[in-house]
Design a binder for this molecule. Structure first.
Ligand SMILES: Cc1ncc(C[n+]2csc(CCOP(=O)(O)OP(=O)(O)O)c2C)c(N)n1
Length: 403
C-alpha cells in the first residue's frame, strides 16, 4: 500500500463517510490545504473512493453478482442455440454486467416495498433483474414460460417484474419506462419517503421524448430520480452517433441543470462510486442525476448468432453477420476490458480475495446457475387456457392506494 493509500485509508477509517463527504466538499470549496489535495483528487479520480471503503463481503457480493449474470446468460445463449425445449427470445446483456451490479449495489434492495428503492429496466433485462435480487430459479422458469415462473409465465423476457425486490419491470418499448420511474420518484417525494427511483435506458433512449421529459420534470420538481444510460454504442445495429449529436449523452444534463456524469461501465467500483453520490444527492432532496455508463454489448442485438455452444468468449463473432454493423476489432478491443476480469483483478489487488478464492466464487456461481436451470426444467408449462386468468377482474373494484 502506498503512503497516499495508507493516509487516505486512515482518514476513511476514522471519519464516517457522510462527514467525510461534506468535509471534502467543504475543503474543495475553500481551496483546501495542499496536504488534502490528493484526497480530493482521489475522491473524484480513477481509484474507487466509496467502493474502497466497503466491507470485503460487499465487494465479494458485487463480484458474485457479475458472475451470476454472466453465467446465467451463458446458459441462456447455449439453450437458445441448442435446446429446442427452451422457448424464449433473448436480448443478452453480457459485457454490461458491471453497470447493473454497481447501480443496484448502491440501492436499498431488501425490506418492505414502502422502503426499498425501485428500478425500471429495459428490453435487455437479465442483468437488472439479477442485480436487484430476483431469484434466478424463478427467472429461468419465467424465461421458459413456466407456470411457477416469476410472473407465472405471463411475462416471458420483456415483461418481467418483481415488486418484492423493487424490480418494477422490463419493457419492450424503448423509452417510456423512464417516465413511469420519474412518476415513482414523484410518489416518493409526495410521501416524504427516502426512496429513490432509477430508470435504465440504452443510448437509443436519448432520442425518445421520455428521456427528456423525465429529466426535465425530475429537475423542476427535484425528484429522487436517477437516469442510468447504458451507452453500449449501438441501438440495434445503428451507432448512437446516428441519433445523438453529442459524444457524451451525459452532456444533456446541462440542459436540465442537473449533474451529468460519465462513468466507465466496465468497472463496477466506478459505477458504484458515481451511483452512490447520486443516491445520496437524491435522498437529501437535491434532485436527479444523469449517469452515462460507457459499456459494450458482446452479443448481437438479439439472440446469439454465430456463437458456439459451451464456448465462453464466442460472442457471436461471425464475419458474415458482424462486419456489416460493427467492426470486429472494436469487439475485440472491448473484450480486453471485460467487467469480470476488471472486478476480479481489482479485488485481488486490494487484497480482498486471492486467485484461489476467485476460482471458488466462480465455481459457486456456476453451481447456483446450474441449479436454477435444473429447477426450471422440472417446472410445468403454463397452459394456454390460463392466458386470460389474472387479466380481467369480475365485478366492482374498490379504489385503493397501491404499495
Ligand atoms: C418505441 C420503440 N421503437 C423501436 C423499438 C424497436 N427496438 C427494440 S430494441 C431497440 C434498440 C434499443 O437500443 P438501446 O436503447 O440503445 O438499447 P440496447 O439494445 O443497445 O441495449 C429498438 C429500436 C421498440 N422496441 N420500441
Amino acid at each position: 500500500m502506498s503512503d497516499h493509500d495508507r493516509s487516505a485509508r486512515g482518514f476513511a477509517e476514522r471519519v464516517p463517510s457522510s462527514t467525510r463527504r461534506s468535509l471534502l466538499k467543504g475543503f474543495a470549496a475553500a481551496g483546501a490545504a495542499v496536504s488534502l489535495s490528493s484526497k480530493l483528487a482521489w475522491a473524484d479520480g480513477e481509484i474507487g473512493y466509496w467502493a474502497k471503503d466497503l466491507p470485503n463481503e460487499k465487494l465479494i457480493e458485487m463480484y458474485s453478482t457479475i458472475l451470476r449474470i454472466r453465467w446465467f446468460e451463458r446458459t441462456l445463449a447455449d439453450k437458445q442455440l441448442s435446446d429446442r425445449s427452451f422457448r424464449n427470445l433473448i436480448h443478452l446483456y453480457a459485457g454490461q454486467e458491471a453497470v447493473a451490479t454497481g447501480v443496484c449495489a448502491a440501492l436499498n434492495n431488501k425490506g418492505p416495498f414502502s422502503e426499498i428503492d425501485v428500478i425500471y429496466g429495459t428490453h435487455r433485462p437479465t442483468g437488472h433483474a439479477i442485480a436487484k435480487g430476483v431469484d434466478m430459479k424463478k427467472l429461468a422458469a419465467e424465461y421458459n414460460f413456466k407456470a411457477t415462473g416469476l410472473n407465472r409465465g405471463y411475462a416471458g423476457e420483456m415483461h418481467l417484474a418483481d415488486k418484492s425486490v423493487g424490480y418494477m419491470g422490463a419493457d419492450g418499448i424503448v423509452g417510456p419506462s423512464a417516465v413511469i420511474a420519474a412518476g415513482s420518484a414523484f410518489a416518493f417525494r409526495a410521501r416524504g419517503s427516502k426512496q429513490v427511483a432509477v430508470a435504465f435506458g440504452g443510448d437509443g433512449t436519448y432520442a425518445t421524448p421520455a428521456f427528456h421529459s423525465s429529466l426535465n420534470n425530475a429537475s423542476l420538481l427535484k425528484l429522487p430520480f436517477i437516469y442510468v444510460v447504458e451507452n453500449n454504442l449501438y441501438h440495434q445495429f445503428a451507432h448512437y452517433s446516428y441519433s445523438c449529436p453529442m459524444k457524451d449523452i451525459a452532456t444533456a444534463a446541462n440542459t436540465y441543470r442537473i449533474p451529468g456524469v460519465v462513468v466507465d461501465g466496465q468497472d463496477v467500483t466506478q459505477v458504484y462510486n458515481k451511483m452512490k453520490e447520486a443516491v445520496e444527492r437524491a435522498r437529501a432532496g437535491e434532485g436527479p442525476t444523469l449517469i452515462e455508463a460507457k459499456t459494450y454489448r458482446y452479443y448481437a442485438h438479439w439472440g446469439a448468432p454465430g456463437a458456439e455452444v459451451g464456448k465462453l468468449g464466442s460472442f457471436g463473432y461471425d464475419p458474415q453477420a458482424i462486419t456489416s454493423w460493427r467492426p470486429e476489432r472494436e469487439l475485440r478491443d472491448w473484450l480486453q476490458r471485460d467487467p469480470v476480469d476488471i472486478c476480479r483483478n481489482m479485488l485481488i489487488s486490494w487484497g480482498v480475495i486471492d486467485q484461489a478464492k476467485a476460482n471458488a466464487i466462480e465455481a459457486a456461481m456456476k453451481q447456483e446457475v446450474k441449479e436454477a436451470f435444473e429447477w426450471e426444467a422440472q417446472q410445468p408449462l403454463c397452459k394456454p387456457e390460463d392466458a386470460v386468468k389474472n387479466v380481467f377482474v369480475q365485478g366492482s373494484v374498490p379504489a385503493r392506494q397501491f404499495g
